[in-house]
Design a protein around this ligand. Structure first.
Ligand SMILES: [Zn+2]
Ligand SMILES: [Zn+2]
Length: 220
């Protein structure tokens, strides 16, 4: 097993993937990334009660989180931050906004692309209708991009992300994205959360399409 193996667990989403264990769906997105050394939470969903309940049912220990990244400042992505700040100590918060919810978290204000862990990088601030940052993950299976809502546009995000390397996979909310040929070179597409044209993506790229939802685990 190599060093760059990582595990993504979707903990907050509009739909449920793993049924029968009491997971809750709700409008919003959050995905936990476990690398060999660190656990990073990407976005927090809207309601902390839903987030905490899902994490508990998935056997995730909040205490393991050492870094939190907020893709953009919408309530369905940053809504649990204040509650998280009450439970967590010594956490780095990567945010493109300036607001720090508590002294328990060290704010890292993101503008430029930078390294978050050895395997996790941010695209930096990408301008759009709403400014947003996305994560670029260096895994054993290649480079994967993890997005919140893709407000600046999927094409713009993928173009910014490829400064790190050829992009293999895309995971997260794609909003109203419908420029489907852009996905041609990807091998793995897991549209989540606000993606309006999930079915079209599934029809056009059936072998690359991966169903998301709360409880979905992606090992890359
Ligand atoms: Zn949004
Ligand atoms: Zn959203």
């Amino acid at each position: 097993m190599g060093n760059n193996k990582m595990k993504l667990i979707i903990v907050y989403d509009n739909q449920i993937y793993k049924k029968g264990i009491g997971l809750k769906s709700d409008w919003g997105f959050s995905c936990l990334i476990e690398t060999k050394k660190e656990t990073v939470l990407f976005d927090t969903g809207a309601k902390h009660k839903v987030l905490f309940s899902n994490m508990q049912r998935l056997g995730i220990d909040l205490d393991n989180i050492s870094k939190i990244v907020i893709s953009h400042e919408h309530w369905d992505h940053n809504g649990s931050l204040e509650a998280l700040a009450l439970y967590l100590n010594d956490v780095d918060l990567y945010r493109i906004g300036e607001k720090n919810p508590s002294e328990n978290m060290r704010l890292v204000s993101v503008l430029q692309p930078c390294e978050i862990t050895q395997e996790i990088f941010t695209t930096g601030l990408i301008k759009g209708q709403v400014d947003e940052q996305s994560l670029v993950l260096k895994s054993e299976k290649g480079w994967y991009v993890l997005v919140g809502c893709s407000h600046p546009g999927v094409g713009k995000i993928l173009n910014t992300a490829k400064q790190y390397g050829n992009i293999t996979g895309l995971i997260g909310g794609l909003h109203h994205f419908n420029d489907f040929p852009i996905l041609e070179n990807l091998k793995f597409i897991c549209p989540c959360h606000c993606t309006k044209y999930k079915l079209n993506i599934k029809q056009i790229h059936p072998t690359k399409y991966v169903e998301g939802g709360v409880g979905k685990i992606i090992e890359i």
